[in-house]
Design a protein around this ligand. Structure first.
Ligand SMILES: C[S@@+](CC[C@H](N)C(=O)[O-])C[C@H]1O[C@@H](n2cnc3c(N)ncnc32)[C@H](O)[C@@H]1O
Length: 737
């Protein structure tokens, strides 16, 4: 969403790739005559593999890869597909209605995809590129494809690669089927002839157990699944499934793990392990209250299970967070700091909002009851989050993915996220509806969600949804705030939006407005959305996709092109109609201000104020309708200056002007006995915390302690809005307090 648009940096590469694709498209339908022999294909691959493995030591590997034009995943049952062979494959064609069985003749290597060579029954060989597979630390490439393994590719896509070779490219996880060597689909010549007499359900289960002990969960699942195909008693089946559920949990296949426990029907004498694993699966699927119910049952039947009690306590905390929006924010901050990736274990709270249709912006989020500035609207756990450490980018291979269709490129975390989401949906189809409902323009995917009991995941749908709904995010808005406040920077340099990013499926319904009434902040992978103004029931909630601060109106509208809209808020409308002469006049005034500020002897506040007043006079609409973003910053310098000069009267006047410039309406920002009140909130900014703390100091200087207390309360509210919480307020601002 607000990730950097990196298209321009890779434009040339994208253009080259597009050109290559156009050349390849001219060969569409051809059966290449220069396809290499099995031996040559093998030798060339092994040489390339050696080179890739040798480079592995280099920490900063940049992998560039291209997302081809979108094509649909196979949604046809295997029974309805017919076999095809490598020699029948036509270039740039998706061979609908067919399947290709390949036996790997090489070990794999990894680039952005997992690559290996496969042969078919006719003895021909071809390169196989498998995309969106887990990273090596999660699942070794050799568990996906390795010499001797047999893979069935549904409706194969045969293409010319960037280097001019030929390959079968698989983008959809559901288009690959692993086939056991004794399966009847396997060519007779490859089929395992010797019937292993000891491959009983029991022996396979024991093999599975041994793999679990070694932490080889994918292998264990394979053994347990094979065991379940052998004759076994209902009791044996139950035990094998229960064991498999553990391996499924470890590989984050929570839907399947839950199903293996028998949930919700555990039988007349439920097993302690089955109950516990069901509760764990429910917990990780975010079904916390169901998890509690199962754990309470477990506690009744099996007392003293410490693990179960600990999980119950966690699940109850999650339910409380979900229901009340009360979080231990100190804990959240500490957890996010201590974890890499910062995926913290907390639940989503959805405040008083619902999703409705808007007139011009598709769906939007609306408050259902009155909300005050600073109130929590959402505290949402990321659906998916990809983290690249801010201070150490080498924790991830840097991947650049370029989509030829949309001419968009994804860098680092953004590129990782496509894989992370595709995997999550494939492993846990029950979580797919919330993601698939998100806005994705006109892209039409297949109507079925599973075939042959396998979930269908359309990688291109994932990419289209991500393109619109991804948010770049810092590890902690608190760090950004501290940086802005104590380095007195206008913007934090720590914000490098394409490092970390995520998708938050609920927050994704929030539309943009430059004059927004909510603001998001982050603690690890939790997004916190708070109201920045008092909102009446039925008000649409909006936040910035890009802050209008420090960006020209034209540049801002340019950024919104990524989302296909033109912002029509009052600020944009006014910016669009401001005469060029006025824009030039403002630039002249800003230049004059810079001269004053650059003067070595320090600046004269009165002179600067004179220029600020001139700048103010170039605006025609009232600031509370259309905030004056050029004015607040120099005005804050003046406030700081008067605070240092111990001139509280002038300081509070300057703070009042900062607030007014940002669209606030305030009463009592002076030495009078009228209470200090914000009657309308304006732009929410980190620096307003400082401004309001200066107000507090100034009021104290004037002996107005009640007004000082109110200013501090407002500073705390603004802090809560920009940081997400206010439990760290005193520690952060001890210098001011
Ligand atoms: C993250 S989605 C927001 C939810 C979306 N409106 C929906 O129906 O799912 C972003 C998309 O919402 C629409 N949108 C957001 N802000 C808008 C605005 N200020 N004006 C017009 N359309 C907007 C654009 O279509 C944009 O691509």
């Amino acid at each position: 969403m607000d990730v950097h648009d990196v298209t321009s940096g890779h434009f040339q590469q994208l253009a080259n790739q597009k050109e290559l694709l156009q050349q390849a498209t001219k060969r569409r339908g051809q059966r290449p005559r220069d396809r290499k022999s099995r031996e040559e294909t093998y030798l060339r691959f092994m040489m390339a593999r050696r080179q890739v493995l040798a480079k592995k030591e280099s920490r900063h590997m940049l992998h560039t890869s291209f997302i081809p034009p979108a094509y649909l995943p196979s949604s046809t049952s295997l029974a309805e597909l017919r076999a095809i062979f490598i020699r029948d494959l036509q270039l740039e064609i998706h061979h609908r209605g067919t399947y290709l069985i390949l036996r790997a003749i090489t070990p794999p290597y990894r680039l952005t995809s997992i690559v290996a060579i496969g042969e078919d029954e006719m003895g021909d060989a071809i390169m196989l590129q498998l995309y969106q597979q887990e990273q090596e630390n999660v699942r070794e490439a050799t568990e996906v494809v390795d010499a001797g393994m047999i893979l069935l590719i549904k409706e194969p896509y045969f293409k010319v690669t960037a280097s001019g070779d030929y390959s079968v490219r698989v983008d959809h996880l559901s288009d690959i089927v692993h086939i056991e060597s004794d399966d009847l689909m396997v060519p007779a010549g490859w089929r395992q002839r010797i019937i292993e007499i000891d491959r009983t359900a029991e022996s396979l289960k024991l093999d599975g157990n041994a793999f679990v002990k070694q932490g080889k969960y994918w292998k264990a699942i394979k053994e347990y699944s094979a065991a379940l195909l052998q004759p076994a008693t209902p009791e044996e089946v139950e035990i094998i499934k229960r064991n498999r559920s553990l391996a499924l949990l470890k590989t984050k296949q929570f839907d399947a793990a839950l199903s293996d426990t028998g949930y919700p029907h555990f039988g007349s004498s439920p097993s302690e392990k089955a109950l516990f694993r069901a509760a764990e699966a429910l917990y990780f699927l975010g079904r916390f209250s169901e998890s509690c119910t199962v754990l309470e049952d477990l506690g009744t039947n099996f007392q003293g299970n410490k693990q179960a009690l600990a999980l119950l306590a966690r699940a109850r905390n999650r339910v409380s967070e979900q229901e009340t929006g009360q979080y231990n924010f100190n804990l959240l901050q500490a957890e996010a700091k201590g974890l890499c990736p910062p995926h913290i274990d907390h639940a989503t709270y959805i405040g008083p909002v619902d999703i409705r249709k808007t007139v011009k912006k598709g769906r939007g989020m609306f408050v259902t009851k009155a909300v005050k500035a600073g109130d929590l609207i959402l505290c949402e756990k990321a659906f998916a989050h990809a983290h690249v450490a801010e201070n150490n980018k080498s924790n991830s291979r840097i991947t650049v993915l370029m989509a030829i269709d949309t001419m968009k490129s994804y860098l680092g975390g953004q590129a990782d996220l496509i894989r992370v989401i595709a995997q999550k949906l494939y492993r846990n189809p029950s979580l797919a509806p919330a993601f698939k409902k998100l806005h994705h323009r006109e892209y039409e995917t297949v109507s079925t969600s599973s075939v042959d009991s396998v979930p269908i995941v359309d990688t291109f749908l994932v990419e289209r949804i991500m393109e619109i709904n991804i948010f770049g995010c810092p590890l902690s808005s608190l760090d950004i705030h501290k940086d802005v406040m104590y380095n007195q920077a206008k913007e934090s340099k720590k914000w490098d939006a394409h490092h970390s990013c995520g998708v938050w499926t609920f927050a994704s319904y929030i539309n943009h407005s430059c004059t927004s009434n909510a603001r998001r902040s982050f603690i690890g992978d939790m997004m916190i959305v708070r109201a920045t103004q008092d909102l009446q029931p039925d008000t649409e909630v909006t936040f910035w996709y890009h802050s209008p601060e420090g960006t020209s109106a034209k540049a801002l509208q340019e950024k919104f092109k990524n989302w296909d809209f033109v912002c029509e808020c009052d600020m944009c409308k006014v910016a669009g109609t401001t005469p060029a002469t006025v824009v030039a006049q403002r630039e002249e005034i800003l230049k004059a201000m810079k001269c004053i500020l650059d003067a070595e002897a320090g600046f004269q506040p009165a002179k600067l104020q004179h220029l600020i007043n001139a700048l103010d006079n170039t605006y025609t609409r009232a600031a509370h309708d259309v905030p004056r973003l050029l004015v607040w910053d120099p005005q804050l310098l003046i406030a700081r200056c008067y605070i240092t000069q111990l001139n509280p009267g002038k300081a509070i006047e300057a703070v009042g002007k900062v607030l007014v410039a940002l669209g606030f309406v305030v009463v009592g920002a002076d030495a009078s006995s009228t209470g200090f009140t914000i009657t309308k909130w304006g732009f929410a900014m980190d620096h307003l915390v400082e401004a309001l703390l200066h107000a507090r100091t100034a009021f104290n200087g004037l002996g107005k302690t009640a007004k000082a207390g109110q200013a501090e309360e407002y500073a705390k509210t603004m802090y809560r809005i920009v940081v997400g919480e206010d439990t760290s307020f005193a520690a952060t601002h001890s210098a001011y307090l």
